[in-house]
Design a protein around this ligand. Structure first.
Ligand SMILES: [Zn+2]
Ligand SMILES: [Zn+2]
Length: 132
């Protein structure tokens, strides 16, 4: 293990949150992570989980997946990959055969300097598809 500076040293709580999030590939919400972490730290509060998720996202240890109109989800896999979101239940999955990101240097938007771009897919998950 590399030596960490005191500023970045992880608390036990933050470590458990990170471990639990890295264990799954379901892109859980903060509430779901709270449920997972509570199995190991029964006295942790939801606020502590929220605060640590924000800190972990800021430090780049996890990804925060923002989406208008649905709950934020989190990803313990920070290597670049694409996501698909179910338009019915909000479930998020990893795209295992990614498509090439278009050349963003060709993109123009008046009044903006474009720095990055990403592709996000929408679809219907198996569970929702089988309910229709
Ligand atoms: Zn669904
Ligand atoms: Zn992911």
């Amino acid at each position: 293990m590399p030596q960490q500076s005191p500023q970045t040293r992880m608390t036990k709580q933050r470590m458990v949150i990170l471990e639990e999030l890295r264990r799954v590939h379901t892109h859980p919400t903060a509430d779901e992570i709270y449920g997972m972490v509570r199995q190991r730290l029964p006295r942790i509060s939801l606020g502590t989980v929220y605060r640590n998720l924000d800190l972990l996202a800021e430090s780049g240890d996890i990804l925060k997946l923002e989406s208008a109109g649905s709950q934020k989800r989190f990803d313990g896999n920070v290597t670049p990959h694409q996501h698909v979101r179910c338009t019915q239940c909000g479930r998020v999955g990893d795209v295992v055969e990614p498509v090439r990101v278009p050349d963003i240097s060709a993109a123009r938007a008046p009044g903006f300097l474009i720095l990055s771009g990403r592709i996000e897919f929408e679809g219907v998950c198996e569970q929702c598809a089988s309910r229709n």
